[in-house]
Design a protein around this ligand. Structure first.
Ligand code: SAM
Length: 206
């Protein structure tokens, strides 16, 4: 899987390559789908949700340029796979998931994969961020939003970066928002994408 992601140009930096080589994706998918765990596709987990395709995890990790001193917020824990990969790049990861059943699944998976010391999974509406541990050097959202939730911008540290899919329910643009030291925001499009909807106070209503 990793060799194919390198050959396709999705994986470039050694730190991200090492992190994706380390985390066993088959521990994050239902047992009956374990044989498909290393193909480059999203897979169903539970509650109608999916673990993102490996190339999307690679694109997001490369775009975020996470450093080993960083505190990171993930919105949308799902299976816990993406948070586990990022935990190998960062100092600490907080992941907020609106579905209690998925938050529990993510905790179990993360623990089985041995990343539990560096990731805390919280149940709640991630469109509100997680002010308890703010500010964050990096924030990324793994569900598609109608617009950028203001609380996430507020909880981003100066110099920090936010990665979020923004658009309609059918398709989005993955946006990288940089908060300059002055507080000004600079936004760049990374790629077109399709994510499940971000549901919450500052997301879709249902
Ligand atoms: N990162 C995940 C992984 O590695 O398995 C994949 C996440 S899945 C594509 C998107 C997740 O976002 C779903 O688990 C969904 O329940 C969650 N979600 C949607 N709206 C949310 C919200 N407002 N707050 C937190 N999580 C939310």
């Amino acid at each position: 899987m990793v060799e194919r992601l390198i050959a396709s140009g999705y994986l470039r930096s050694q730190r991200v390559i090492d992190a994706m080589l380390t985390v066993p994706r088959h521990l994050f998918v239902p047992e009956e789908l374990a044989s498909q765990a290393y193909s480059d596709e999203p897979l169903p987990i539970a509650r109608g949700q999916t673990v993102s395709a490996p190339h999307m995890v690679a694109i997001m990790c490369e775009a975020l340029e996470v450093e080993s001193s960083h505190r990171v917020l993930e919105v949308g824990a799902g299976s816990g796979y993406h948070a586990c990969v990022v935990s190998l790049l960062a100092a600490e990861v907080y992941s907020i998931e609106r579905e209690a059943e998925l938050a529990e699944l993510a905790r179990r998976n993360i623990s089985r994969a041995g990343c539990c010391g560096r990731v805390e999974v919280v149940t709640g509406d991630g469109t509100l961020g997680y002010p308890e541990k703010a500010p964050y050097h990096r924030i990324y959202v793994t569900a598609g939003a109608p617009e950028i939730p203001q609380p996430l911008v507020e909880q981003l540290a100066p110099g920090g970066k936010l990665l979020i899919p923004v658009g309609s329910r059918l398709g989005q643009e993955l946006l990288l928002v940089e908060k300059l030291e002055s507080g000004e925001l600079r936004t760049q499009k990374i790629i077109d994408c399709v994510f499940v909807p971000l549901i919450g106070r500052h997301g879709w209503k249902s």
